[in-house]
Structures are given as structure tokens and as C-alpha cells.
Design a protein around this ligand. Structure first.
Ligand SMILES: NC(=O)C1=CN([C@@H]2O[C@H](COP(=O)(O)OP(=O)(O)OC[C@H]3O[C@@H](n4cnc5c(N)ncnc54)[C@H](OP(=O)(O)O)[C@@H]3O)[C@@H](O)[C@H]2O)C=CC1
Ligand SMILES: Nc1nc(=O)c2c([nH]1)NC[C@@H]1CN(c3ccc(C(=O)N[C@@H](CCC(=O)O)C(=O)O)cc3)C=[N+]21
Length: 360
């Protein structure tokens, strides 16, 4: 009954978190936070969820979870965004002969990082973006990494530079991220871009991909953010902190929960929108959630599962089985925020190439 173990969130405390890191008809929304407007399709079987900006044209009725919440289908949205990018990339190539280029620097031999980098390359290929890759050994010096960054800064065929994180512990991450030209900082991790994100009236050149993907999902599902209470669980530089800044820019009232927060359940229960980026499998239980809340689960946590082909499977920070019975909408793991992160990276790379070449 191995699979049972993972559908019961209470027992995940006894399940083993795997450290992959080292080398080895019509929907009925119970209570809706935003303006999810649901429409039956012509066949009457499926439904489409309309968004004022870029609607998802047709989402099948299967996108309702067993628990009753709408499943926010990041995989489908990401595919649609990639299709939009493909058109723009070829329009650019035909009009001015420029192909957007993304460079990735991977240091060390972490399995998960190698997988992410491989997936990014595949995604670039799928939309026609040119990809460049540098792989450096775990024991490389910081100077070697800086040299690669500098080479890509000066290379006119590269419009975006991504240094895969985490870097080996002997390197100064800040020093390396500072070296990326802000015009090519498609990850949005340069302190100038983050600083501008935090300031009213200032605009960053790039917004970090994962938080941007979370907000894009809310927009594309027409979920209102303005005036809502939002809780972000986690305050990392790459996800939690910029997610909270973005929600605030969208006029939500934002609370941030971290490892020293007392009574996280109580604070979370006040939220209309929850973005969780903690890295703890199934930490957020059904009892933490206000009925009708919208849940964006960023967490990607591998847990042992002998019945899975890989010997493990991925779960989020939110206990899906419990939460989907209480929420109005929820992102799955996998297939939620992850594919959106990559789609936003492609989008930032396209934006960068357009800006550099002054192409509208
Ligand atoms: N889907 C995607 O595209 C992406 C997914 N991820 C996933 O998101 C998760 C978070 O990643 P990342 O932000 O890099 O992780 P970090 O480890 O950098 O940050 C985790 C944050 O969670 C907080 N935290 C840890 N434990 C608890 C707890 N028990 N209660 C409350 N807060 C807690 C930490 O608090 P404190 O600051 O006090 O230490 C910290 O702010 C991971 O599972 C990662 O794999 C990450 C990037 C992209
Ligand atoms: N400079 C830098 N930028 C990053 O954006 C960055 C990084 N470093 N370091 C690591 C994290 C993690 N991250 C993910 C991206 C895609 C998926 C993704 O596509 N996940 C799939 C599952 C993939 C699988 O099945 O293994 C999904 O959720 O459906 C996950 C995680 C980007 N990160």
C-alpha cells in the first residue's frame, strides 16, 4: 500500500524526503475569491475559464479535482504561453533576422540542477530560442564562473543569462549574480532588479520567473488579487520574497510566514490567496485553509515511493487531498507552477531580445 502512504498527508511525516540534490457540465465553485467565470463549452462536457487578459480557450471538465476545487493547470497554460512565444520568435527572426538566445551556466553535478537545465534547453528548442550552455566542475573557482558570465555579457547573440542555483558553497552567490548584466538578467535575481521590484514607481527590467509564473496563473484564471488577503509561506530571495512583493504590487494585503513565525495556521486561515514556497512536503493541511481560498503550491518535494518508476514522486508543500476539498482553486504538483517557471524564463528571454534590438 505504498501509494496510500502519500495520499494521507498525516503519514508523510513518517515518509522519507529524498535528497536528490547531491549527485547521486458546469463547475460549481463553493465560494470564490476572485472572478473565476465558468462557461460550458458547445459540447456541454467541458468548460472554459475566461480571463480578461489572455483566456485559456478550453479546459476540460477533468480540471476539477476530486475534492471539488478547480485545478489550475500550469502545464496547459505554459503550453499556451510557449505557443505565443513561438509566434513572436519567428516574427522577430523574419523581420530583423535576430534569434533570441539564452545562456545557462551550470556549476557542479547536482542531479536536480542537471535535470532543470536539460528541461530549459528542451523548452528553448521548442520555441526556437537559441540556447548556450556552460558546465563547470564542482571545484571550479569563482573566477571561472565570473569569466563565463562576462563572456555572455559581451556576446551579442545572448539576450538572457541564467546561473543555475544553488552554487557550490565555496562560491559567493551574490558576487556572481551581481556580475550578470541587468539587461540580460532573465532570472531577475540581480539586486538592482529586485530593488526596483520593491520600490513604488520603479520598474524592474525582469521579474523572477517562479513568482511571475504564480501571478500569471492567477491572471489567466481571472482570479482577482486586488484588495484580497494573501499569505506567502517562505521568504527566499528567489521565490517567497519576490512573490510577496508582486502580490503587494497587485494591491493585495500580504503577510509573510517563515520558519520563526508563530501560529502559521492561524495566519494562513485568514488568506484568500496562499502562495507556498517552503520545501516541506504536505506541510499546509486542510485545516489551515479558509473555505474558497485559492492555493498556489510552489513546493517541489521528492518523497520516496517504491511504486513509482523513479522510486520517488514529487509532492508540494500543500496537502493536496485535504486542501482541494476546502479551496476553490489549487495548483497541482507536478504540473502547476514548475512548467510556468520555464515558460516565464522563455518569455523574459524574448522580452530581453526585443528590448535590446528595439523590436516591438
Ligand atoms: N516550482 C518551481 O518552479 C520552483 C520550486 N521551488 C521549490 O519551492 C520550495 C522552496 O524553494 P526556495 O524558496 O528556494 O527554498 P528556501 O529553502 O530558500 O526557502 C524556504 C523558505 O521557507 C521557510 N520555511 C522553512 N521551513 C518552514 C516551516 N516549517 N514553516 C514556515 N516556513 C518555513 C524558510 O524560512 P526562513 O527564511 O526562516 O529560513 C524559507 O524562507 C522548494 O520545494 C523548491 O524545490 C523553488 C524554485 C522554483
Ligand atoms: N537560477 C535559477 N533559476 C531558477 O528558476 C531555478 C534555479 N536557479 N534553481 C532551481 C529552481 C527550481 N526550478 C524549477 C523549475 C522548473 C520545475 C519544473 O518544471 N517542474 C515540473 C516537474 C519536473 C519533474 O517531473 O522532475 C513540474 O512541477 O511539473 C521545477 C523547478 C527553477 N529553479
Amino acid at each position: 500500500m505504498a501509494s496510500m502512504m502519500f495520499t494521507d498527508c498525516s503519514s508523510t511525516t513518517t515518509s522519507r524526503l529524498i535528497h536528490l540534490n547531491r549527485s547521486s457540465g458546469t463547475f460549481l465553485l463553493r465560494q470564490c475569491v476572485g472572478q473565476l467565470r465558468l462557461q460550458t463549452t458547445a459540447s456541454g462536457r467541458g468548460c472554459c475559464i475566461r480571463s480578461s487578459s489572455s483566456p485559456i480557450s478550453s479546459i476540460s471538465a477533468d480540471t476539477k479535482s476530486e475534492g471539488g476545487a478547480i485545478v489550475i493547470d500550469g502545464k496547459a497554460v505554459a503550453k499556451k504561453i510557449r505557443d505565443e512565444i513561438t509566434i513572436e520568435v519567428s516574427r522577430m527572426k523574419e523581420s530583423i533576422g535576430v534569434i533570441p538566445g539564452l545562456a545557462v551556466i551550470l556549476v557542479g553535478d547536482r542531479k536536480d540542477s542537471a535535470t532543470y537545465v536539460r528541461n530549459k534547453k528542451k523548452a528553448c528548442d521548442s520555441v526556437g530560442i537559441k540556447s548556450f550552455e556552460v558546465r563547470l566542475a564542482e571545484d571550479s573557482s569563482e573566477e571561472e564562473v565570473l569569466k563565463s558570465v562576462s563572456g555572455f555579457n559581451d556576446d551579442p547573440s545572448v539576450h538572457g543569462i541564467l546561473v543555475q542555483l544553488p552554487l557550490p558553497s565555496h562560491m559567493d552567490e551574490q558576487n556572481i549574480l551581481n556580475a550578470v548584466s541587468i539587461e540580460k538578467d532573465v532570472d531577475g535575481f540581480h539586486p538592482l532588479n529586485i530593488g526596483r521590484l520593491a520600490m513604488r514607481g520603479r520598474e524592474p527590467l525582469f521579474v523572477p520567473c517562479t513568482p511571475k509564473g504564480c501571478i500569471e496563473l492567477l491572471h489567466r484564471y481571472n482570479i482577482e488579487i486586488k484588495g484580497k488577503r494573501a499569505v506567502v509561506i517562505g521568504r527566499s530571495n528567489i521565490v517567497g520574497m519576490p512573490a510577496a512583493l508582486l502580490l503587494q504590487r497587485e494591491d493585495a494585503t500580504v503577510s509573510i510566514i517563515h520558519s520563526r513565525t508563530k501560529n502559521p495556521e492561524e495566519i494562513t486561515r485568514e488568506a484568500d490567496i496562499i502562495i507556498s514556497a517552503v520545501g516541506q512536503p504536505n506541510m499546509v493541511r486542510g485545516s489551515w485553509i479558509k473555505p474558497g481560498a485559492v492555493l498556489i503550491d510552489v513546493g517541489i518535494n521528492p518523497v520516496e515511493d517504491p511504486s513509482a518508476a523513479r522510486g520517488y514522486r514529487l509532492v508540494g508543500d500543500i496537502c493536496y487531498e485535504e486542501a482541494s476539498k476546502v479551496a476553490s482553486a489549487i495548483t497541482p504538483v507536478p504540473g502547476g507552477v514548475g512548467p510556468m517557471t520555464i515558460a516565464m524564463l522563455l518569455s523574459n528571454t524574448l522580452t530581453s531580445a526585443k528590448r535590446i534590438h528595439n523590436f516591438q
